[in-house]
Design a protein around this ligand. Structure first.
Ligand SMILES: Nc1ncnc2c1ncn2[C@@H]1O[C@H](COP(=O)(O)OP(=O)(O)OP(=O)(O)O)[C@@H](O)[C@H]1O
Ligand SMILES: [Mg+2]
Length: 429
């Protein structure tokens, strides 16, 4: 019987606290931020570093489910009476061009588990309390089981103001706070979580809107790709006083945490798969702190194991995985991105590899992972790569990825650090 890799590994956002590994400091910060009466929570970091997974854990804690906090050994940090919330979780997309459109999306979001609309008191809608985790006590949120025969209509509790989405949103929020948060669920506040906030092109005014709506009864958490808080919110001056607590930068994982993902997987497989000593460390080293890559490599190990038989992931399995990686056969998603970027040009492939391999040790912004074209120029020319300036544009063009973002004259950054690491490990070509 083939072993299902998904039992222990996943490329999806981690919702189940039992699968969430490490990040102890961030968990502590989540508890503190949720238990502060006011304040905006911001989560930012590079692509694939684990932002959404942390956000889903934050949502669990907001509902009063503290199993992760306890298993992380942080019981002492839980207040005797933790603040509890009802939650909304919305993932933005790049079709949302500005704040008004975001608000318009929110007031129309019919997601039965995470949408704002499900919480607006309304006659035509049937809702039940549901628990998001395995923990029995607490953790209940509201879920729509049926939108009713009449569908979604303006409710008698919350006034829809024609042509004014902002006021409609305000009215919805205050109706939710009064009827659902306080009266029905007896919670402290409403938490509105906005993931992929960075993709909204024009964020002007959102800071001041968030500020005006943030009260002890309404809290926002925003999350996205960014180097710091100011990358997420344009008019950050307006929210400055809201961010004393709750600034959560997510960095790559330590090697020990990455290894922890393998140990956790071993537990989840319940003895069906074993990892030979040293393999967890080897996988962690390949992944360079990116949990997404750990999960992908883990999965691929299981595929190899299924092909070869047996139940131990050892050096020979790992060798097959790295050979497949080198040849571009093991990770179709990353390989697709790589091929799209190089566009069949050998010269561009060489250039991309040289850029990916550039050491960032010398810079203080090591974590940012910038690369400088001129540092690569000479080597590339020595390797016979010509017309470097004609090879570059495709690498920064959106429709081919983009693989690189231009930061400054001759200075670039890999948009996806996992892809960068993949390129480092892959053979040229
Ligand atoms: N704490 C963790 N423990 C185990 N696996 C994790 C953890 N955090 C993230 N992962 C894994 O890493 C991958 C990326 O996680 P996630 O989607 O949360 O990252 P992200 O930063 O939101 O990515 P993106 O920038 O693409 O939105 C997923 O495969 C997830 O399973
Ligand atoms: Mg995400």
């Amino acid at each position: 019987m083939a072993i299902d890799p998904e039992v222990g590994f996943t490329a999806d956002v981690i919702r189940d606290p039992g699968r969430f590994v490490g990040r102890t400091e961030l968990i502590k910060d989540c508890v503190a931020a949720l238990n502060a009466a006011t304040g905006l929570i911001s989560v930012f970091g590079k692509r694939g570093v684990g932002k959404s997974s942390l956000l889903r854990q934050l949502q669990q804690m907001a509902l009063g489910q503290y199993s992760l906090v306890k298993s992380a050994g942080l019981q002492n940090h839980i207040p005797s009476r933790p603040r509890t919330y009802l939650t909304v979780y919305y993932t933005c997309d790049s079709l949302i061009t500005n704040g008004r459109e975001l608000i318009s999306r929110l007031i129309n979001d019919q997601d039965p588990e995470d949408g704002l609309l499900r919480l607006v008191p309304n006659d035509g809608k049937e809702i039940v309390e549901f628990s998001r985790g395995k923990e029995v006590s607490g953790g209940a949120d509201l879920k729509v089981v049926s939108w009713g025969a009449k569908g979604v209509e303006t409710s008698k509790y919350a006034k829809v103001v024609p042509n004014d989405v902002i006021q409609t949103f305000r009215n919805f929020v205050s109706a939710i706070v009064e009827h659902q948060v306080h009266r029905r669920m007896k919670r402290d506040a409403l938490l509105i979580i906005l993931d992929e906030f960075d993709v909204i092109a024009d964020k002007s005014g959102l800071g001041s809107l968030i500020k005006s709506l943030s009260t002890p009864e309404v809290k926002f958490a925003i999350c996205g790709v960014g180097r710091d808080f100011a990358d997420l919110i344009e008019d950050h001056a307006s929210v400055e006083r809201l961010i004393e607590q709750g600034v959560l930068p997510i960095r790559p994982m330590s090697l020990a945490e990455s290894e922890g993902i393998i140990y956790r997987a071993a537990e989840l497989f319940r003895g069906e798969v074993r990892f030979a000593p040293g393999t967890a460390g080897a996988i962690a080293a390949l992944a360079q702190g990116y949990p997404y890559f750990v999960q992908l490599i883990g999965k691929q190990c299981i595929h190899e194991l299924n092909a070869k038989g047996g139940n131990v992931i050892d050096d020979s399995i790992l060798q097959s995985v790295t050979n497949g990686l080198k040849a571009g056969k093991a990770f179709p998603t990353l390989e697709g991105a790589y091929q799209r970027a190089i566009g069949g040009s050998e010269g561009r492939a060489i250039l991309l590899h040289l850029l990916a391999e550039q050491s960032t040790e010398s810079s203080t912004t090591d974590e940012i992972g910038r690369v400088v074209l001129k540092n690569t120029r000479t080597v590339a020319e020595e390797l016979g790569v010509q017309f470097i300036d004609q090879l570059m544009p495709r690498l920064v063009e959106a429709r081919y990825g983009p693989v690189l973002e231009r930061i400054d004259q001759g200075v670039y950054e890999f948009v996806n650090p996992v892809l960068r690491q993949y390129i480092r490990l892959r053979e040229v070509g």
